[in-house]
Every structure is written in structure tokens, then in C-alpha cells.
Design a protein around this ligand. Sequence first.
Ligand code: NAP
Length: 276
Amino acid sequence: MSALVDHRLVGVIGSPIAHSLSPILHRAAFASLGLTWQSQAFDIDESNIDAALVAMSTLAIAGLSVTMPLKQLVAQRVDVLSDVARDLDAVNCLTRLADGRLEGHNTDGAGFVDALQVAAPDSIRGRLVVVLGAGGAARAVIRAVAQAGAGEVVVINRTASSAATAALLAPNVGRVGVAADISTADLVVQATSAGMGSADQACDPSLLRAGQVVAELIYHPATTGFMAAASAAGCQVVGGLGMLVHQGVHAIERWTGMRPDPVAMELAGRRELSTR
Ligand code: NAP
């Protein structure tokens, strides 16, 4: 008699969701682990999130990645919230516990730190980190780089009040900055949505200096205008796909208890993006 094949299901929820890379990354992760788990994208918005969460528990869906516009809503609805998800008031990773309760966690910040560890080791601990932006992704990065030992975390945002709130996620080392801080940073993180489908830039690229590490969170397009300007200025440039991959690595680990191969996941992501 052949052994039962384990086709456990995970997925991603958000809206719009058709172009999400998450199922592709999840499938590459499962293949790297020799698992036959499945991953599916579900178009869920604010109007049907409650039904989706009940369905996750009832249908025993093992895990869900959570993307726009649901991260905050999910944080307010789960049974169990991790410390990081509570601090950020945002969930990007849902796990169904054995008793059916749903646990919300956030792997964005850990994904960012892991991606930098691969692409630009030594760019966080003891360094001056400038974060452009104060939205959900920026807040995850601010908290994570502070926890990873950044010497100073300077937040610059179009809306100053949000920058002040976000800087509190880096106790003792966080503050609100001004444009001139960009020129003295060791690491500049572009965490705004400027440049995603527009020519807007989060800061004047002439403020960048050769030798700085510049990390862009946007992963599509693969090279934003900001990344091109940073390269031209002599900076070491890191694109956003690594963060997406590594936040997914953390999610898969929580769901399966096993660490998938980030290289296989990144290759799958890169292959898919090259077709778009
Ligand atoms: P969000 O919560 O909506 O925050 C958007 C941020 O961008 C805010 O700080 C906003 O400033 C700023 N902003 C928007 N348009 C701007 C403009 N034209 N000029 C200057 N600042 C502008 O979005 P999010 O979830 O943080 O996502 C931000 C980016 O990160 C998106 O491009 C997203 O795709 C990317 N991301 C990547 C990953 C990854 O794994 N690589 C993960 C999450 C997010 P105000 O406060 O002034 O509105």
C-alpha cells in the first residue's frame, strides 16, 4: 500500500492578488524540501476577511501569507498575536494552530535583515541606517534593524507625524531625520511606494554617496529609478526580491518546521518576474 501523499494547503490573501509572487515562492520552497504541499492565491478584501479567516480554520489551511490591504485588519482579528505583529499592528503571516486557532505574526522585518545578511553583510550592526518611509514595510524594517543592532535608525517620511511614530519602534536608537542625514548614512533603505509604477522618488538621489549600501524594497520593476541612480552614484544596491524571499522562508519554517532553500525560491521569483 502506498503512503498517503501530504497535499496540505497554504496560500496568500489580499486584493488584488492575481500577480502575487507568493504562491510561486511557496511552491519553490516546498519543492526544495521534497514536500507535496500546495499554495494558492485567494482574492480577499476587507469585505470578506472574516469569512476567509473562518474558512482557514475550518478547512485546515496550514498557513496564509497576508498582503495589502489586509495586514492591519488581520492583526485585529486573530486569536494569538506575536510580539512583533503586535508592535507593528500588522500581520503578514498567519498560521493555523493544531487546535484551530489562528496565530498572526510578521516576518517582513526578519526577511529584510536576512536578505541584507546575504547581500551586504555588516551593513546593519553598529551602522547609521536611514529609512525612507513610515508605512507598514518601513515600520517592520525600523524595528528589525534596531533589534539587529543598528547604531542609529533615522526615519524620513513625507508625512512627518508618521515618521515620529515609526521612530519609536527603534527605542534608544531611533529619531526623525532630515534630507542631509541621507548623505551620512551607511545604509539607506527605500521603503516608500514611490517608484512603483511611477517616476516619483522618495529622495533626491544626488544626496547619495559612493560606498553606501542602498536597499530598495520594491521588487517589481527589478531595477527602480532610485536603484539606477544609486548605482550611478557608486552605491552598493540591493533589490527588494531578497526581502520577499526571506520573509517567505520564515513563513514556510513556521508552517512546516523546516527551512526551505532561499536560492531556489529567489530563482523561481526572478524567473517569474522576467516574464512580466
Ligand atoms: P504603505 O503602508 O502604504 O506606506 C507607503 C509609504 O510610502 C508611506 O511612508 C508614504 O508616505 C510613502 N509614499 C507613498 N508615495 C510617496 C511619494 N510619492 N513620495 C514620498 N513618499 C511616498 O506601503 P508599504 O506596505 O509600507 O509598502 C511600501 C513599499 O514597500 C511598496 O512599494 C511595497 O511593494 C514594498 N514592500 C516590499 C516588500 C518586500 O518583501 N520586498 C514587503 C512589503 C512592502 P506618507 O506617510 O506620507 O503617505
